[in-house]
Design a protein around this ligand. Structure first.
Ligand SMILES: N[C@@H](CCC(=O)N[C@@H](CS)C(=O)NCC(=O)O)C(=O)O
Length: 243
């Protein structure tokens, strides 16, 4: 059975990482048996989660995991898409992973109130005497990563403008289609679902979340994806599963 190394549920989401949620959704789409293990970060091959272990083979990174599943289990997550649709799906996925994701990181880690009730809790098991120092160090690491990525160099207004542009692009492209690329789910849905959930997560106060909430079709989409892939969760990211 495949082991998915994950962080575990948090903030009302199946996992605090949208990359983990993406992989879990792909595993569900592929109907593959898997179990989750939340103890893998320290030995992660690339220092990040998710990674999977499949028959003794470690595969890190959500995109390479997808390609591994496609190759080993002969699954085409892009089934039915023509080359132009595949190119569009890839571009949207990378926009979500390489830009929108960082907007969520900014919101969760750098807005004080969100940090206090969210990421700071990740350090609850660290001895109280060193907890503030460890949390501050990790927060600084995230701030440096955001600066290196580029988004962290912008003002909060500019970050909001960039994030809103992406959210609106996703909502406009989705339109009234049931799933991102059409009437049936494809691999892109695993990504769009995960990253839209991260933005819509009601646990955090954020202006990008308000911008996403104004797009009714995104809420319906999250509801549909939840009903199909997480039927046990009646509500995800504030959206009813039976939407
Ligand atoms: N490109 C990777 C990104 C994964 C990623 O950024 N994971 C973050 C959590 S969302 C992580 O594990 N961070 C832990 C760390 O940097 O220490 C993928 O697609 O899987």
């Amino acid at each position: 059975m495949i082991t998915l190394y994950s962080f575990g549920p948090a903030f009302g989401l199946p996992d605090r990482s949208p990359f983990v949620m993406k992989v879990e959704t792909l595993l569900k789409m592929a109907n593959l048996l898997y179990r989750t293990d939340t103890t893998g970060l320290a030995k992660a091959p690339k220092g990040k989660l998710p990674y999977i272990e499949d028959d003794g083979m470690l595969v890190p990174d959500s995109t390479f995991i997808r390609w591994h599943i496609e190759k080993k289990y002969r699954i085409d997550f892009d089934q039915g898409l023509d080359p132009s649709q595949k190119a569009t799906a890839w571009a949207f996925e990378k926009m979500a992973e390489d830009q929108l994701y960082w907007v969520s990181v900014y919101d969760r880690w750098l807005i004080d109130e969100n940090f206090r009730k969210g990421p700071l809790r990740f350090f609850d098991k660290v001895p109280a005497s060193i907890r503030p120092v460890v949390a501050a160090l990790v927060r600084r690491k995230l701030r440096t990563a955001l600066y290196g990525q580029g988004l962290g160099r912008h003002s909060s207004e500019e970050i909001l403008a960039l994030g809103t542009r992406s959210i609106n692009a996703i909502a406009d492209f989705l339109g009234d289609k049931p799933f991102f690329m059409g009437s049936e789910p494809t691999g892109a849905d695993a990504t769009m679902f995960a990253f839209v959930c991260a933005v819509l997560c009601p646990y955090f106060e954020s202006r990008i979340r308000s911008a996403a909430e104004r797009r009714e079709n995104l809420r319906g989409y999250v509801g549909r994806m939840t009903a199909r892939y997480y039927p046990g969760l009646k509500r995800l990211a504030g959206c009813r599963a039976a939407a």
